[in-house]
Design a protein around this ligand. Structure first.
Ligand code: PSV
Ligand code: MN
Ligand code: MN
Length: 388
């Protein structure tokens, strides 16, 4: 896309959904470093998300995680979000923190445990009804640690059965997003380890089931942009969980570890219609900010995704197609690299100015005094964290 006004329009209409848990304390199994001013409940998480939206203009949706964001009155939470100019995004189920799920949730050998897990997923659909959320995001930690521990194919049968019960419960405007992850916490087999397994289940379930690509959930060296192109072609790319990694599921800020990979992914998104509102790809972040300040880190991640998107939109599609047709390897690669090597920060600053925002959202947020305000106001009570 070389028409600058079309590029700007596309950047203005892209929506990036931020995760409630990204605003809470998090850490590794070694230590959680608490930060001042961190939210004490889901309402305060929404208030922080509203700051990110106020300064970037493109983050009006927030993913919730149940039970971390369980409240008495979801209608009140939704009204509060709306009052802040936000909408509730994906409802993330959690079947990985209950003692009963040690050997699996929906794939557990005991039908009573499977019932409990499926009931939680159904509760998440009730919460979608109450909040207007369109997306149920499913990630299963289910798997085994040792050869012979359980029946690999049998677990697929149990998974399919639970997914189909939940699928049947979805309303017309609701969909199921099935996330995969190579390993962890299971270390031998994982029941949904890769995009192929997720895709196969989604295909059988029907059009309301789509795959989530979490950019931190692959073996090192995996070509994620290939997966993206393939799933878009099949109409099965539902969403991204953006984050970046150097080693495994590091959950670092999106675009921090490998901006070139994020650009390559966004190039396939743009090229294959993934930015069109009708394709309905949900661009979510799924990351944790262990040592950096949370709101500024989410702002940085949003702008990193925007920069990768802007560069992808600047790819000269005609020149690229021409070079590809003539088999000119170096010219084709050159077209892509020209776009990647463009400094898009001035373009994005203009886009923000046209939206009535500060040219640099990161600096503007730091100058706003909000960070100091929340540190002073949010004393007492227990700070929310990943898993609380
Ligand atoms: C699992 O590693 C995962 O990526 C899933 O999306 C979870 O819901 C999320 O992390 C929790 O942070
Ligand atoms: Mn994820
Ligand atoms: Mn993850």
């Amino acid at each position: 896309m070389s028409d600058v006004s079309a590029v700007k329009a596309a950047l203005k209409s892209q929506v990036i959904e931020t995760p409630s848990w990204g605003y809470g304390n998090s850490g590794t199994r070694f230590k959680v470093f608490a930060q001042p001013g961190v939210p004490r409940d889901p309402f305060e998480k929404l208030a922080d998300a509203a700051q990110v939206h106020a300064f970037t203009g493109v983050a009006p949706k927030v993913s919730l995680h149940i039970p971390w964001d369980r409240v008495e009155d979801y209608a009140a939470l939704t009204r509060y979000a709306e009052g802040l100019g936000l909408r509730i995004g994906a409802i993330n189920s959690n079947v990985f923190q209950d003692d009963d799920f040690k050997l699996g949730s929906v794939t557990h050998p005991d039908p009573k445990v499977r019932r409990k897990a499926t009931d939680h997923l159904l509760e998440c659909v009730d919460i979608m009804d109450a909040t207007g959320s369109p997306d149920l995001k499913l990630w299963f930690s289910d798997g085994t640690n040792y050869p012979g521990q359980d029946d690999i194919a049998g677990r697929q049968d149990r998974l399919a059965e639970a997914l189909s019960e939940v699928y049947e419960r979805l309303g017309d405007d609701q969909r199921m997003l099935l996330e995969y992850k190579l390993f962890e916490p299971a270390f031998y087999t994982t029941d949904v380890p890769d995009w192929g397994t997720s895709y196969a289940h989604c295909l059988k379930l029907g059009p309301k089931a789509q795959v989530v690509v979490d950019t931190g959930h692959h073996a090192p060296g995996t070509n994620i942009e290939f997966i993206v192109a393939f799933l878009l072609r099949e109409g099965k790319l539902g969403a991204f969980d953006f984050n970046s990694r150097f080693y495994a599921d590091d959950d670092l800020m999106a675009g921090a570890a490998d901006p070139f990979q994020l650009f390559r992914i966004m190039h396939e998104v743009v090229k294959n219609g993934g930015l069109e509102p009708a394709t309905d790809v949900n661009f979510m972040l799924d990351q944790c900010h262990n040592i950096e300040a949370k709101i500024p880190a989410v702002i940085r991640s949003v702008t990193n995704v925007q920069e990768a998107t802007a560069k992808a939109l600047l790819v000269d599609a005609e020149a690229l197609a021409g070079a590809q047709r003539s088999g000119d390897v170096l010219a084709s690669n050159g077209v892509l690299m020209d776009a990647f090597n463009t400094d898009v920060r001035p373009l994005l600053a203009e886009v923000r100015e046209e939206l009535g925002l500060a040219r640099d959202p990161f600096a503007a947020y730091l100058a706003s005094g909000n960070q100091e305000r929340i540190a002073a106001d949010r004393v007492g009570g227990e700070q929310a964290g990943w898993g609380a």
